[in-house]
Ligand binder design. Structure first.
Ligand code: SAH
Ligand code: SF4
Ligand code: F3S
Length: 476
């Protein structure tokens, strides 16, 4: 989900030429039109935003291209979550600089969280940038492009309390035609002390539930079979119908989307441990098409550190939520985000995180060492005093343990049969399909005649590594 996941970085996506033939990228369709090239970094929200940007641009006469050299407009949708994420973006801008030297009329725009964090400073720091656009200002892109066309710099970094892009139908970029993301809310009102997101994304707001259901329905009709509802904290989704005053909660929204069609799988991310309710878990239990998978980031297994992080739950509260999940949804897989070496963390506190990984039995985790972000509560109030080599060693211990736990988790699936949604060819061989089970585990299996991406099959698992399951179709 995050910038350090190589399979999701924009750069990797652009080198995947396997879907060049897709109508959307058909160069013939772009005849006479200006072309835009977009690359995305960071979380799924950012990838989802790029599809909104693509939709806005195509409405104003631009066509997408995968070839950066052919682009009239190069966009980079950026992430600020860790220092490394920002460094990656700056490195990429150096490469765009070379393109611009060959073709000086090429426009370069920076979108997303780094644009919001640095604002006009970006124009001073990076001379090649023509446009800086924050996450709530994408509707302004056509106007900003005109400004740039007149030789000025285009900047809009206003954050909105209302913008949800509810009426914009995203142009699905790099789609497999089977799975899609739907943004259900924007921003974040939690003030986790390490986190830059409340500053780059602004206040939390929920999107009209009917527009969400309409988007899911349209996707299903176009052949999609899985939607992931996205938000920084989906459990605090709350939409008030302006006409009736009726309030829709996340549990109710889940149910509405589950009703779109029994063959449309529903996933969601991210859940916050302080907000996930039993009602959500019971709703998941009632619908076969709501997947048995919850991403429930713990960040740290120690209550003192959690307090410093301002996560507003402690170890006991988190354990209670995990117990509720396994009680109400015995087959549910849980994954996590973990930060190693947060301010003042001791060895003993670090060991609480290790013990949590084993106790919660995470199927997988995204793991990071703490990276101080300017302007956050932690940067202002706490000392980033764990030496880098200690942070890295702790992270290594966390990664090693999580790999062992994932391996055991996957080994326990050997001999079991799962309903798998086929997503496409496996990375290694076009003789094999890949797809996920309800628990979000990737399963690779030999193809069978007549089956295609978007079909469901029953697959019996015969072997497993810490990352993937392998099996064979037992019925179709
Ligand atoms: N809204 C989600 C997380 C979004 S950011 C949630 O609350 O769980 C994704 C992950 O990046 C976080 O869960 C955290 O583990 C990590 N992260 C955020 N800020 C960080 C920082 N300053 N240093 C290291 N990791 C960080
Ligand atoms: Fe950041 Fe916390 Fe909001 Fe997640 S819930 S985006 S970690 S402030
Ligand atoms: Fe990064 Fe912004 Fe997402 S900081 S993780 S792209 S919300």
């Amino acid at each position: 989900m995050y910038d350090n996941n190589p399979t999701l970085t924009g750069k990797n996506k652009t080198v995947d030429e396997s879907r060049q033939g897709e109508v959307f990228y058909d160069e013939a369709l772009a005849d006479g039109k200006k072309r835009f090239y977009i690359e995305s970094y960071g979380c799924q929200m950012n990838f989802s935003d790029s599809e909104i940007v693509a939709s806005i641009l195509s409405d104003s006469g631009f066509a997408p291209t995968r070839n950066v050299e052919a682009a009239d407009l190069i966009l980079i949708n950026t992430c600020s979550i860790r220092e490394k994420a920002e460094e990656t973006v700056r490195k990429r801008l150096r490469e765009f600089d070379k393109v611009k030297q060959q073709k000086p009329e090429t426009m370069v725009g920076v979108l997303g969280c780094m644009a919001e964090r640095l604002k006009t400073r970006f124009l001073e720091e990076e001379k090649l940038v023509d446009m800086v656009v924050g996450p709530d200002a994408y509707r302004d892109l056509p106007k900003l492009l005109e400004v740039v066309g007149e030789g000025e710099k285009g900047v809009n970094v206003f954050l909105s309390k209302e913008e949800t892009y509810a009426d914009i139908s995203p142009l699905r970029l790099d789609s497999n035609g089977v799975t899609a993301f739907i943004s259900i809310m924007r921003g974040c009102d939690n003030m986790c002390s390490f986190c830059v997101v409340p500053f780059t994304r602004g206040r939390e707001r929920s999107r009209d539930c009917f527009s969400i259901v309409a988007e899911a329905t349209e996707l299903f009709e176009r052949g999609y079979r899985e939607v992931t509802l996205l938000g920084q904290n989906v459990d605090s989704y709350k939409w008030e119908n302006p006409e009736t005053g009726q309030v829709v909660t996340f549990a109710q929204l889940l149910e509405m989307v589950a009703h779109v069609h029994p063959d449309l799988r529903v996933r969601f991310s991210t859940s916050h441990p302080k907000d996930i309710t039993d009602e959500v878990l019971y709703t998941m239990a009632r619908y076969d098409n709501i997947c048995n998978y919850i991403h429930l980031p713990v960040q740290s297994g120690n209550s003192r550190v959690l307090k410093l992080m301002n996560r507003t739950y402690d170890r006991e509260w988190y354990m209670d939520r995990v117990k509720a999940i396994y009680r109400i949804l015995p087959d549910c897989a849980i994954s996590s985000d973990i930060i190693a070496g947060f301010c003042t963390e001791t060895e003993e506190e670090h060991r609480d995180t290790l013990s949590m990984i084993e106790w919660a039995n995470y199927s997988m985790s995204y793991m990071f060492f703490y990276s101080e972000r300017p302007g956050t509560l932690a940067a202002r109030k706490l000392k980033d005093d764990v030496p880098e080599e200690v942070k890295k060693r702790r992270l290594q211990e966390i990664v090693r343990l999580q790999n062992q736990v994932s391996f055991k988790h996957n080994q326990a699936d050997i001999g079991k049969t799962f309903k798998v949604l086929i997503e496409g060819n496996s990375k290694r061989s076009d003789q094999d399909f890949k797809g996920r089970n309800s628990q979000n585990k990737m399963i690779v299996f030999p193809k069978k005649h007549g089956l295609k991406p978007g079909d469901y099959v029953l697959v019996k698992v015969e072997s497993a590594t810490s990352a993937t399951l392998r099996g064979h179709i037992v019925e179709n």
